[in-house]
Design a protein around this ligand. Structure first.
Ligand SMILES: *Cc1c(COP(=O)(O)O)cnc(C)c1O
Length: 631
């Protein structure tokens, strides 16, 4: 693998050329005409589902296999249109999403088959499904009678299409006799009930190597394609290169005297003067705790044993044999460098599972993808994960894309920019992106006793998912304070108060804060001359996680001398309506919209004493948009 300048505390290098070479070697074991499905569940065993998926499709995979709706949806958002099957049984609440994202579920149950049929009929599509037969593993799948029944039942549902039937081996790497019987069962049952489907498959990657599953027309490749052997006999049959290499760097070096203990509970004692290298990787980075006092790492080409317990963020190795070791030296923790660093060798040291180690490695690490020594792409650390639950149908991306394409008159640029925006919104943040819907803000100016002020009533309302059982509404008195409020997750809404007027209950009155029909309890605190209003209600906890309608009403004194009133959109918003009503005497008002998003020119309507600035309800408005009314 290429040497790279150390930029992160730990990182993962994915060798796409090694992956392709493994796949090509495995394809040599396919029966003539036999196809394969690439298994990319658990983010392709930690390698990155989209990147691996693309490489496998280019090598002829007929489909990708994932574990659940969430994983399938993420592939769709990342632009993969190929067939994606879900290997595990679906849960009730996943069904609509599966249909919406054209994923292929595995069925084991008639009620679910019916539900899929209804959902598909309602969307006027045919839903592809696969049926799973249990031939002896006794995990998911239906037993013979039930399976035959399910097959007949599904064949008669007009909106279902049976794309495949499959089964799974219990110990394909180590028990050829039992596996053979499972395969015979599979064929016997398909023949007996005259069951057929475009795809039939039973073999995983280890089975294929043992000559199993070639009676079916497809198979499912996982671990071997990632270059990890599952049985000692396999290396004689096929040469596989580890695709993943996990690296870090020496963060500290020190010499400890003979007799000194190392790490928590001092579980290792120096038998001689020892040069210790501290590596900033621990079990939270996926380096297994069971490698405490057992693991080895490679430093300047020498293997150094892990000494003491692996802690959450650090581990210590004995680098006495590497006198030249220096701070910042690259350390290889897992991967291609030495046979001892292969996942199967490391996990053998604690009787663990190589599958598990791959999935957990590099939870904190950025992944860098290489194509024959050239860095082709890097994946942000925390993108493997959150897909907004109301991000539907790739619609958002299409909308943003076409909007931008239209504006800058280039489809290609439009796509690039929108991808970048989406990446920022969805992947770079280690959390779900929330947005506001139907944002309505109305402001009413009235004459009052004070000659210097407008009495101002504002009412704003929007729908959004409630994140916690209380929230804060804040009035900042400076840009800087406002900025700080943006960083606080509990702050649901913020105002920037004009410097001209004093914050106080007489000049800023929060008339009411409501969530749906609940009128919230409000408690006011002043902090660094800003006002914070904590809003809560005993019934709020029950609403957390669901979409609610927020409504905030205020009454303020607005200085006439200000000569302008601005309303800003500070979050991604779906549909905006801003209404400003004013005394008719105020007849020369200039309206300056600064909108970014799908539509740069919101609709502006004026009547005597009122102005409305609005977008269509389905239009996206980006943060940093707003309107200024100058009077
Ligand atoms: C994970 C999985 C595979 C892939 O198995 P490997 O042993 O990694 O090749 C195949 N089929 C099913 C149903 C799986 O869940």
């Amino acid at each position: 693998m290429p040497q790279k300048k150390v930029r992160e505390r730990s990182w993962v290098e994915i060798d796409l050329a090694a992956f392709r070479a493994n796949l090509r070697a495995l394809k040599g074991f396919l029966a003539p005409g036999q196809n394969f499905i690439q298994i990319v569940k658990a983010d392709a065993y930690g390698h990155g589902a989209a990147e691996i998926g693309r490489a496998a499709l280019a090598e002829g995979a007929v489909a990708l296999g994932v574990a659940n709706l969430e994983e399938g949806k993420l592939l769709r958002i990342q632009g993969i249109a190929a067939p994606v099957m879900i290997l595990s049984p679906a849960l009730e609440n996943e069904l609509p999403g599966i249909v919406e994202h054209s994923l292929v579920p595995t069925l084991t149950d008639k009620t679910q088959a019916e539900r899929f049929n209804d959902l598909a009929a309602a969307s006027k599509i045919r839903q592809k499904v696969q049926l799973k037969l249990d031939t002896g593993m006794h995990r998911s799948g239906s037993l013979e009678k039930e399976f035959a029944d399910l097959w007949t039942f599904c064949s008669n549902l007009p909106s279902l299409e049976i794309e495949g039937v499959f089964s799974h081996f219990a110990s394909s790497e180590s028990d050829p006799a039992f596996s053979k019987r499972q395969e015979q069962e599979f064929q016997r049952i398909l023949n007996k009930y005259r069951i057929s489907a475009p795809l039939t498959h039973i073999a995983n990657s280890s089975a294929l190597l043992n000559g199993l599953g070639v009676s079916a027309n497809c198979c499912r490749l996982g671990i071997l394609s990632y270059g990890v052997y599952t049985h000692p006999g396999q290396s004689a049959k096929i040469e596989l290169r580890p695709v993943m290499t996990f690296k870090s760097a020496v963060a500290q070096l020190k010499t400890i005297p003979k007799g000194a203990g190392v790490g928590y509970n001092l579980s290792w004692t120096a038998a001689r003067k020892t040069r210790c290298a501290i590596i900033p990787v621990g079990y939270a980075d996926g380096y297994d705790f069971l490698l405490s006092n057992r693991g080895v790492v490679s430093l300047r080409g020498k293997l150094c044993p892990v000494i003491g317990k692996v802690s959450m963020d650090l581990l210590c190795v004995d680098a006495t044999a590497v006198p030249a070791a220096a701070l910042g030296d690259e350390v290889i923790l897992l991967g291609n460098a030495e046979p001892e660093l292969r996942a199967e060798s490391l996990t053998a040291r604690y009787h663990g599972s190589a599958y598990e180690l791959l999935c957990q490695v590099g939870r904190r690490a950025k992944r860098h993808y290489y194509e024959s020594r050239r860095l082709v792409t890097s994946a942000p650390m925390a993108r493997r994960d959150f897909v907004s639950s109301d991000y539907s149908n790739s619609k958002l991306s299409q909308i943003i894309q076409s909007a931008i394409a239209q504006r800058i008159d280039s489809e290609e640029m439009g796509e690039l920019i929108s991808r970048e925006i989406l990446r920022v919104f969805f992947f770079n943040k280690d959390r779900e992106i929330l947005y506001r819907k139907d944002f309505h803000h109305s402001i009413r100016f009235e004459e009052c006793d004070s000659q210097q002020h407008w009495r101002t009533f504002t009412s704003l309302s929007f729908s959004k998912i409630l994140q916690s059982d209380f929230f804060t509404v804040a009035c900042a008195t400076s840009e800087q304070a406002l900025k700080a409020y943006f960083k606080r997750r509990d702050v649901e809404y913020r105002w920037l108060m004009d410097g001209n007027f004093n914050l106080g209950e007489d000049s800023f009155l929060l008339t009411s804060v409501r969530v749906n029909e609940l009128k919230l309890d409000t408690r006011i605190h002043f902090r660094n001359s800003c006002m914070e209003i904590r809003c809560s209600h005993p019934d709020l906890p029950a609403l957390v996680g669901s979409e609610v309608r927020f409504r905030i009403d205020t009454q303020t004194q607005y200085p006439k001398s200000s000569h302008q009133l601005s309303v800003f959109i500070t979050e991604l918003t779906h549909g905006v309506k801003i209404h400003f009503s004013h005394p008719e005497a105020l007849d020369r008002i200039e309206i300056i919209p600064v909108f970014s998003g799908q539509n740069k020119y919101p609709r502006i309507t004026k009547s005597a004493g009122a102005i409305t600035v609005s977008t269509k309800p389905e239009e996206w408005v980006f943060p940093q948009s707003g309107v200024v009314f100058a009077y």
